[in-house]
Ligand binder design. Structure first.
Ligand code: FAD
Length: 492
């Protein structure tokens, strides 16, 4: 989500889906030639590394995008190049009673794909993109990264609501729901743009799932995320017309104004056109604000971002009037209105704030965003990391199509604690987990993709409606009766 703006000073270390140290495997691109002992039956796959291999730890760590490497150890890591490879790996796992998890870009802040024992299938190399310009539709491997997807679609005047950072692949993002670019106009949650998928199921068969073929599997993969009982090897996706321009507006406020700013967004959101992405962001303040202010509050600032995805630049000023004429604007301490930008530039901006450091994240959907903002105003100054960031994305409680993705609220309120020193892990994790004890009761549920699954595994069900949770459970029993695939984190 939009984590950028003030963050120029944080230092963007590395923008890759893999770990960059020399000699380590990179998840989406060139891979070091594996020197490993692998089970003979899997020898011809691109790579299979078991726990006894000398380079096992390099592989294990490279599966996780961030630098906090959760201490869980799969028995075998398999990297695949095709759906057939996946089918073979699943058959091997069945035969040897290894429980399977799937990893795509490894961005899960909880590294929920990492379990002790069993087999981890890395699908990041399934990254093909094929565009059918007549339909227009496209299909892509789960490993296709956001930047690549929109660069290819742009050539045909098309776009897709990927994640906001260019390096996030489609896989985990779409299967867990996906708050994508221009989300309120482009499908609400990006997962609803999945028209069909190729899935390897627990019996090792490669199947097609759509609204008419294996519809219950299709229902599950639109949001089932880490609770899926299959490996998705290809996605068939809807496209949108590339906006002629993205008109970008940022208005900055003092940190103490946070609850009032979010309260104002709650008034503005319902009146705003759906193709304007409206969000409040809290993060480290820009240097020009901190330079003249010693107060601890000055280390942070609030901004409102409004990105109008428009076919008509002139019309964007009208679209934004509901924001620019709101009384909250009188409290603005900085304004940057009406600049045009591109999807590529948005990716770049986001990535500036989202470097590979140590992370823990959590979130709620909420209809009480102002109250959440009040808690943050009171608790954020005691955050042990100055680089913590919070996002309030306006969603407006839309009615969702029938699918596993089933939680929503007026706002998506997420929080990210970011740091570097491993000895600080306990204090950072402890801070976020205490904070969420206060915030969770104000939510309508959480988004599985950015939930602190390691911290609150007993609340993963709150990422789904009670009906969807129940249905996921019974479909798992139908499709994976022998438990080939691991269940959600924390459920054995
Ligand atoms: C830099 C960054 C930016 C982000 N930006 C956004 C954003 O703008 N919007 C948003 O909504 N979220 C965002 N997120 C969160 C992101 O959506 C999740 O982390 C998501 O899981 C990332 O996808 P991934 O492929 O890296 O998942 P991984 O971490 O690789 O996998 C997560 C889980 O997804 C499942 N999975 C993945 N691929 C498959 C597959 N092919 N078949 C079956 N199951 C699979 C597995 O169960 C796995 O445990 C961001 C995260 C980061 C770190």
């Amino acid at each position: 989500m939009h984590r950028r703006k003030f963050i120029g000073g944080i230092g963007a270390a590395a923008f890759s889906t893999g770990v960059l140290a020399a000699g380590k495997p990179a998840s989406g691109g060139a891979c070091a030639t594996p020197q490993h002992r692998s089970p003979m039956e899997l020898e011809h796959l691109r790579a299979s590394v078991d726990r006894g291999a000398p380079n096992y730890e390099l592989w294990r760590e490279s599966m996780i995008w961030q630098r906090r490497k959760s201490p869980r150890y799969p028995g075998l890591i398999v990297q695949v190049d095709s759906a057939e490879d996946v089918a073979e790996a699943v058959m091997y796992a069945r035969k040897h009673r290894l429980r399977v998890t799937t990893r795509c870009g490894g961005h899960s802040a909880s590294a929920c794909f990492l379990r002790d024992g069993g087999m981890l299938i890395d699908v990041s190399r399934l990254n093909s993109i094929e565009i059918d310009t007549r339909a227009p539709l496209f299909n892509a491997g789960p490993g296709a990264i956001a930047r690549e997807v929109n660069a290819r679609l742009r050539q045909f005047g098309l776009a897709f609501p990927t994640a906001h950072c260019g390096m996030v692949p489609l896989g985990g993002f779409l299967l867990g729901g996906g708050l994508g670019l221009n989300g309120n106009a482009w499908g609400l949650m990006s997962t609803f743009n999945i028209l069909a998928a190729q899935v390897v199921t627990a019996d090792g068969r490669i199947r097609h799932a759509s609204a008419t073929e294996n519809p219950d599997l299709f229902w599950s993969l639109r949001g089932g995320g880490p609770g899926l009982y299959g490996v998705v090897t290809k996605l068939f996706l809807k496209t949108y017309e590339l906006p002629r321009a993205i008109v970008h507006n940022t208005i900055t406020f003092g940190f103490q104004d946070l609850p009032d700013v979010i309260g104002a967004l709650a008034e503005i959101g319902p009146k705003m056109d759906s193709d304007v992405e409206l969000l409040g962001y809290v993060g480290p303040a820009p240097a020009e604000l901190t330079a003249h202010c010693a107060n601890a509050d000055c280390r942070r600032a609030v901004s409102v971002d409004a990105n109008a995805y428009t076919t008509n630049v002139a019309d964007s000023a009208r679209k934004l009037r509901v924001l620019t004429e709101h009384p909250i604007m009188k409290r603005a301490i900085g304004k940057e209105l009406g600049s045009t930008t591109t999807i590529e530039a948005l990716y770049f901006d986001e990535e500036l704030g989202f470097s590979q450091r140590r992370w823990v994240a959590d979130n709620v959907f909420t209809n009480r965003a102002r109250d959440v903002a009040t808690i943050l105003r009171d608790r954020m100054t005691s955050c042990p990391s100055v680089d913590a960031q919070a996002v309030f994305l306006y969603k407006g409680s839309p009615k969702l199509p029938a699918a596993a993705c089933s939680t929503m609220g007026d706002f998506y309120a997420s929080y990210y604690v970011i740091w570097d020193n491993p000895t600080e892990d306990p204090v950072m994790l402890g801070y976020l987990r205490d904070l969420y004890k206060e915030i969770v009761p104000l939510g309508t549920g959480s988004n599985i993709n950015e939930m602190d699954q390691e911290g609150r595994p007993d609340q993963i069900n709150t990422c789904y409606s009670p009906e969807a949770w129940q249905r996921l459970k019974s479909l798992r029993e139908k499709w994976d009766p022998h438990g080939v695939f691991q269940n959600f984190y924390g459920i054995t």
